[in-house]
Design a protein around this ligand. Structure first.
Ligand code: C2E
Ligand code: MG
Ligand code: MG
Ligand code: MG
Length: 284
C-alpha cells in the first residue's frame, strides 16, 4: 500500500518510482484512460467541445491524480509518452464516432513544454491525425502559458507550424503566471482559457480582471473560454460580459466519454432555452 499524494504535496519517492516504472504498463493495459470534460457555448448552452484529460486508475494503488503523475512524468521527461497515447486514444475515439455516424464535438488535448524537446510534435500530431483520418479542425492544442513563457525556439516553431496547418492553439491557464501579456505579443493563439483562479475568488476585482481579459481578447480577435465555472452566478456573469465558452462543474466534471456526450442528447431534448441565454445578446 502506497499513500497517494494530494495536489501540492511533496511526491513520495516510492510513488514517483512507481509512476516512472509502470507508465508503459499502465498505457498498455489501459490503466490510463482518457476522460472528457464538456465545453459549453455560452450563446446557446450547447456542447461545443470536450477537453481530453488523462486518468490513471491503478490496480495496485487505485486512483492517481494528474496533479501527481503529470509533474513526475514531466520531471523524468516521459510526458511525451502519455501525451502521444492520449492523442492516439482521442483520434481513435473520433474515428469510431465518424464511422458510426454518431454525434461528436472537436476535442482539445493538453501538451506539455517537455513534449516539444522530446519529439517533433508537429509530425507526431499529423501522423496520428492522418492514421485515423481526422479533420484538423476536430483537434485543438492546449498549451499552458507557463510552457510558452520561455519563448523557446523549438516550441515557437512547432506551435506556429501547428497553427499554420490548421490546428487551433488554445492558451491554457491564462492569468495564472506572470507573463501572459508577453505570450500574446509573441504567439498567435486562437483561444484564451481563463484560469479558474479568477472565478474561485470572484471578488469585484476578479470580475473586473476577467472583463478586461475578455475585452482585450475581443480586440485581438481571440476566442475566450472560462475554466472552473461552478455556479449559475458565474455563468450569468460570463454571459453578460460576452465570454464565448465555459467549462466547469456546473456543466460537467471530467468523466468517461458517454457521460460527457450525454449533453448532446440533453440538448436535443431541450425545448426551453437555458436560463442564461437571456444574456446572449452580449455573448459571442
Ligand atoms: P487543465 O488543463 O487546466 O484542466 C482543467 C482541470 O481543472 C482539470 O483537472 C479539471 O478536472 C479541473 N476542473 C474542471 N472544472 C473544474 C471546476 O469547476 N472546479 C474545479 N475546482 N476544478 C475543475 P485535472 O483533470 O485534474 O487535470 C489537472 C491538470 O493536469 C490539467 O489542467 C492538465 O494541465 C493536466 N493534464 C491532465 N491530463 C493531461 C494529459 O494527458 N497531458 C498533459 N500534458 N497534461 C494533462
Ligand atoms: Mg487544459
Ligand atoms: Mg486549463
Ligand atoms: Mg487550469
Amino acid at each position: 500500500e502506497i499513500d497517494v499524494p494530494q495536489p501540492g504535496q511533496v511526491i513520495d519517492r516510492d510513488i514517483r518510482d512507481y509512476i516512472v516504472g509502470h507508465l508503459q504498463e499502465a498505457i498498455d493495459n489501459h490503466w490510463i484512460q482518457v476522460y472528457y470534460q464538456p465545453v459549453i457555448r455560452t450563446l446557446t448552452g450547447e456542447l461545443c467541445g470536450m477537453e481530453a484529460l488523462a486518468r490513471w486508475v491503478d490496480p495496485q494503488i487505485g486512483f492517481l491524480s494528474p496533479a501527481s503523475f503529470i509533474p513526475v512524468l514531466e520531471q523524468v521527461r516521459l510526458i511525451h509518452q502519455l501525451d502521444a497515447y492520449v492523442l492516439e486514444e482521442v483520434c481513435r475515439m473520433l474515428r469510431q464516432r465518424f464511422n458510426h455516424d454518431l454525434p461528436v464535438t472537436p476535442v482539445s488535448f493538453n501538451l506539455s513544454r517537455y513534449d516539444f524537446s522530446a519529439v517533433d510534435i508537429f509530425s507526431l500530431v499529423e501522423k496520428t491525425r492522418i492514421k485515423y483520418q481526422i479533420p484538423r479542425d476536430y483537434l485543438h492544442v492546449e498549451i499552458t502559458e507557463s510552457a510558452l513563457a520561455e519563448n523557446d525556439d523549438a516550441v515557437h516553431q512547432a506551435v506556429d507550424r501547428l497553427r499554420n496547418e490548421g490546428y487551433e492553439i488554445w492558451l491554457d491557464d491564462f492569468g495564472s503566471g506572470y507573463s501572459s501579456l508577453n505570450i500574446l505579443k509573441d504567439y498567435t493563439v486562437d483561444l484564451i482559457k481563463l484560469d479558474m483562479g479568477f472565478l474561485r475568488s470572484f471578488t469585484e476585482k476578479s470580475r473586473d480582471i476577467i472583463c478586461s481579459v475578455i475585452d482585450m481578447a475581443k480586440e485581438l480577435g481571440i476566442k475566450t473560454l472560462a475554466e472552473g465555472v461552478e455556479t449559475q452566478e458565474h455563468a450569468e456573469f460570463l454571459a453578460s460580459i460576452g465570454c464565448g465558452r465555459q467549462q466547469g462543474y456546473l456543466y460537467g466534471k471530467t468523466q468517461p466519454l458517454v457521460g460527457t456526450l450525454a449533453h448532446i442528447e440533453a440538448d436535443a431534448r431541450r425545448t426551453e432555452p437555458r436560463k442564461w441565454c437571456h444574456y446572449y445578446d452580449t455573448a459571442s
